[in-house]
Design a protein around this ligand. Structure first.
Ligand SMILES: [Zn+2]
Length: 380
């Protein structure tokens, strides 16, 4: 019984804590022995590098747990638990497995404070050797990683998450998994597990996730130096080249033509997506429900409205699309809704953004008669 034992806090629960497990039923996979095999191989590789060898001597293992809530957590004895609900984020990417397992190993190390100094010595050596080889993306001076300085004093939970991230990134880099995989993991968690963003609870502002990303960016230079000096050819590293990834830039939403037209302008960047279909899409959420469409053009198979644009992917590309929909094609129950945009490459989720918007009142009488019945029915 896991709950009865010491459980080290973890990242994903905070993000997904409010989701209804039923929402995950569709994504449920039967436990596949391949998953455990990959997880175990990744765990071994993280512990086998020179930095990994400075970890405390424990009987490390990964256990997959039959729970639909996506989460990962660890125990002091060296056990890393990953729930079945988290499996869809991996998409076969060993680097994403390494990002989750590395972070959990970070918690295990933090629970053995007597081992911190040795570990810090290990990364310091790896980093100094990388700098001596001419890699210089990280800071000149050894940054105050501060893992062992305050040994003995309990740290706030949030600080422990930062430290687990830091430890995880260093283990990853030394073992041959690019720090970019941690960013990809963050994006996939933010997106929500599945082929389309289905979950709304985590759209609301999540400061910790944001600052985690900032911290990730700060130490990623160091991790990159260690990675490059150990694995000059990324394609031959255990994590391999990064899968497609991308970011939505500062996007805008406006009501044009006196409120009759709704317009999203979405700048985005995509990488490693040559030959793929890049999908930029927008929709609206009214509470837990997707706003429905009165006409077929913008209707997804479930009747909800979605505005899609497809562009061709590239090795590295910055672009912008405009998504437009006539306001009268929306079937609204409330006027305060969440506008959501998302970015995908060949069905892989890359990024999303959401914000609250207020839509104008469109009287039912302004909807052409042919569509009025559909609209009325949907509102009942
Ligand atoms: Zn954690």
């Amino acid at each position: 019984v896991i709950q009865a034992r010491l459980r080290l806090i973890c990242l994903t629960l905070a993000v997904f804590g409010t989701l209804r497990p039923a929402a995950f039923a569709r994504n449920r996979k039967l436990k596949d022995p391949t998953d455990l095999r990959i997880a175990t191989q990744v765990l071994r590789s993280l512990l086998a590098s020179p930095v990994g060898e400075t970890m405390p001597r424990l009987r490390y293992r990964v256990v997959l747990v039959s729970k639909l809530i996506p989460n990962a957590f660890a125990e002091r004895d060296g056990t890393v638990y990953i729930t079945e609900g988290l499996l869809p984020v991996f998409e076969g990417d060993r680097g994403v497995w390494a990002a989750v397992i590395g972070h959990e190993l970070g918690h295990i190390l933090l629970a053995h404070r007597e081992a911190l100094e040795r570990f810090e010595g290990g990364i310091r050596q790896a980093y100094e050797s990388a700098r001596a080889d001419g890699y210089d993306q990280g800071p000149v001076d050894w940054p105050a990683a501060d893992l062992s300085d305050r040994a003995g004093k309990p740290k706030p939970a949030k600080e422990q998450e930062y430290e687990a991230d830091f430890i995880g990134l260093m283990l990853m880099a030394d073992a041959g998994y690019q720090p970019g995989y941690s960013v990809i993991l963050e994006k996939r968690l933010l997106f929500g597990v599945g082929s389309e963003p289905k979950f709304v609870a985590f759209f609301s502002h999540h400061p910790r996730l944001q600052s985690r990303e900032e911290r990730t960016v700060k130490v990623s230079g160091m991790a990159m130096d260690i990675f490059r000096s150990r694995w000059p050819d990324a394609a031959k590293s255990p994590g391999g080249n990064l899968p497609p990834y991308g970011t939505i830039g500062p996007w805008t939403f406006e009501q044009a033509d006196g409120g009759r037209e709704l317009v999203f302008r979405v700048p985005f960047q995509v990488h490693r997506s040559a030959g793929m279909a890049i999908r930029v899409a927008g929709f609206f959420l009214d509470g837990d429900l997707r706003v429905r469409s009165a006409i077929a053009k913008y209707r997804a198979t479930d009747g909800s409205l979605v505005i899609n644009r497809f562009v061709r992917g590239a090795e590295s590309e910055s672009s912008q699309v405009t998504l437009q929909v006539p306001t009268q094609d929306l079937i609204l129950r409330h006027h305060s809704v969440l506008a959501v945009v998302f970015l995908m490459a060949d069905g892989r989720p890359l990024d999303l953004g959401a914000r609250h918007v207020h839509l104008p009142d469109i009287p039912l009488s302004s909807i052409p008669a042919a569509r009025r019945d559909t609209a009325k029915k949907a509102l009942q």
